[in-house]
Design a protein around this ligand. Structure first.
Ligand SMILES: *[C@@H]1O[C@H](CO)[C@@H](O)[C@H](O)[C@H]1NC(C)=O
Ligand SMILES: *[C@@H]1O[C@H](CO)[C@@H](O)[C@H](O)[C@H]1NC(C)=O
Ligand SMILES: *[C@@H]1O[C@H](CO)[C@@H](O)[C@H](O)[C@H]1NC(C)=O
Length: 293
C-alpha cells in the first residue's frame, strides 16, 4: 500500500486506488480529527474540578529592553478577564496603575475566530464518517481543500493582528475598560502575535496649534511609531476644535501563552496530513492520465 502506481499494472493500480479511497482516506480523516480535537481542547480548557468553568491563567508581561510597563494579564479562554498594568510615564517619576473594571472583560477576537475555524474544520471531517464511501480522488481533494482553508484561516488569525488607525484605538471600547479611566494621552492595545499575547502602550502629547509639522494622520497599522499623528475633532459650543496629538513613546510588552503555541503546532501537523493525502491522490491521477487507452 502507498507505493507508486508507475510500477504497477493497471488492475493492481485500480485495486490500490480503491483501497486508498476505502481505507486509507478514513484513517487519515481519523488522525486529523484526533489532532484537531486536541487543538480545540486547548481553546477551551476546563478548570480541574470545575468542569463547567474555563481555566484562568495569569501571565506576567515582560520586555527585555524596557521596564516602563509592567503588568499581569489574566486569560480565561478567549477572554482577558483582568489586566493589571503599571506604567512609568516618561518625564515624570510617578507610576500610573490601571486595572480592568470589575464588570468588564475583553474578548480577544483573534482567539475566538481561530477556535471557530478549527470547529468548522472538525465539522467538515465528521460529515464523512467511516461508512461514507468516497467515489473519486477529486471528492477527497475537495474535502481536503475545504479543511485546509479553515486551518489556514485559523493560523492566519493568530499570526496576523488587526491593523488599526490611532483614531480607531482612541475610540475603541478597550479605552473604557479601565479603573481609574485611562488619561487622554495614554492609549493601549492588546493583540495576539503567534503564541504571544502582546500589550502596546502609546503615550501622546498635544502638538501646539502653530506647529509646522506635517498633520497627515497616521494610517492603519498593528504597531504605530513615535511621531505618528492623531487628529481629533471636538465640537464645543458649535465651534469645531481640532486637536492634534503626536505619539511620543511606544512601549511593547508581551508574554508567551504556551497553549497558543500548541495550537499552532497542531495546525502545521494537520495541514501536512492534508497535503500528504492530496499528494498520494495526485500520484494515482497522473497514472490514469497517462494510461494508453
Ligand atoms: C510578531 O512576531 C514576530 C516574530 O516574533 C515579530 O518579528 C514581529 O515584529 C511581531 N509583530 C508584532 C506586531 O508584534
Ligand atoms: C508657536 O507659538 C508659541 C507661543 O504660543 C511660540 O513660543 C512658538 O515659537 C511658536 N512656534 C512656531 C513654530 O511658530
Ligand atoms: C512550541 O512548541 C514546540 C513543539 O512542541 C516547541 O518545540 C517550542 O519550543 C514551543 N515554543 C514555545 C515558545 O513554547
Amino acid at each position: 500500500p502507498g507505493c507508486s502506481c508507475v510500477f504497477l499494472q493497471a488492475e493492481e493500480c485500480e485495486e490500490e486506488f480503491n483501497w486508498l479511497l476505502k481505507e486509507e482516506v478514513h484513517a487519515v480523516l481519523k488522525q486529523l480529527q484526533d489532532v484537531l480535537k486536541e487543538a480545540s481542547r486547548r481553546f477551551s480548557m476546563p478548570s480541574p474540578g470545575m468542569e463547567s468553568q474555563l481555566k484562568q491563567e495569569n501571565f506576567i508581561l515582560g520586555s527585555s529592553t524596557m521596564d516602563q510597563v509592567k503588568g499581569v494579564l489574566t486569560l480565561q479562554g478567549e477572554a482577558l478577564t483582568q489586566a493589571d498594568i503599571n506604567l512609568k510615564v516618561a518625564k515624570s517619576s510617578q507610576a500610573l496603575h490601571f486595572q480592568f473594571r470589575e464588570d468588564k472583560q475583553w474578548k480577544l477576537q483573534q482567539i475566538q475566530d481561530a477556535r471557530n475555524h478549527v470547529n468548522q474544520a472538525l465539522q467538515l471531517l465528521s460529515s464523512r464518517d467511516d461508512s461514507y464511501r468516497f467515489k473519486t480522488g477529486a471528492e477527497v481533494n475537495k474535502l481536503m481543500d475545504a479543511v485546509m482553508l479553515q486551518l489556514t484561516r485559523a493560523r492566519n488569525r493568530l499570526t496576523t493582528p488587526a491593523s488599526m488607525t490611532l483614531s480607531e484605538l482612541a475610540t475603541s471600547g478597550l479605552m473604557k475598560m479601565f479603573s481609574p479611566p485611562m488619561p487622554g494621552d495614554v492609549m493601549v492595545n492588546f493583540y495576539i502575535n503567534l503564541s504571544k499575547l502582546c500589550l502596546t502602550v502609546y503615550q501622546l502629547h498635544t502638538l501646539p496649534p502653530n506647529t509646522t509639522k506635517n498633520f497627515k494622520p497616521a494610517g492603519s497599522s498593528v504597531l504605530h511609531n513615535p511621531g505618528a499623528i492623531l487628529t481629533s475633532v471636538l465640537s464645543l459650543c458649535s465651534e469645531l476644535n481640532t486637536n492634534r496629538f503626536e505619539v511620543s513613546h511606544v512601549h511593547k510588552v508581551e508574554c508567551v501563552v504556551p497553549w497558543l503555541n500548541d495550537t499552532l503546532v497542531f495546525f502545521t501537523i494537520s495541514l501536512q496530513l492534508c497535503q500528504q493525502l492530496k499528494d498520494k491522490i495526485s500520484v494515482f491521477s497522473s497514472f490514469w492520465n497517462y494510461r494508453p487507452f
